[in-house]
Design a protein around this ligand. Structure first.
Ligand SMILES: [Zn+2]
Length: 105
């Protein structure tokens, strides 16, 4: 978590869950997605991947660029966003989720 003035800015997916913000993943081509942080965090957690935005770069690639160029172009920016999530991934059942929250706090 960073602070810009008096505003706290999440820099992990889990912090986005706690602060109810989406995760914005943007490519240099202009394509971007807003992910629901809970499902995204859960996916990373299950795979044992760190959920910090810095580390998560290697886990994303831009689909339009992949289709257009055949290359897996990594995002130029991953950040917290107030926007409503476009992509919502499955979240764990209530108990698993609560256990995970308890561990993280
Ligand atoms: Zn792209």
């Amino acid at each position: 978590m960073r602070s810009i003035g008096s505003i706290l800015v999440p820099d992990t997916m889990f912090e986005c869950v706690l602060h109810r913000q989406a995760v914005r993943v943007a490519c240099q081509c202009g394509h971007f997605n807003h992910f629901d942080p809970a499902g995204l965090w859960w996916k990373f957690h299950r795979k044992g991947w760190p959920d910090s935005f810095r580390d998560a770069r290697e886990r994303f690639y831009c689909r339009p660029c992949r289709i257009g160029t055949g290359m897996k172009r990594r995002p130029v920016m991953i950040e917290a966003s107030q926007a409503w999530p476009i992509v919502i991934l499955p979240v764990p059942d209530e108990r698993t989720w609560k256990n995970a929250l308890a561990r993280m706090r």
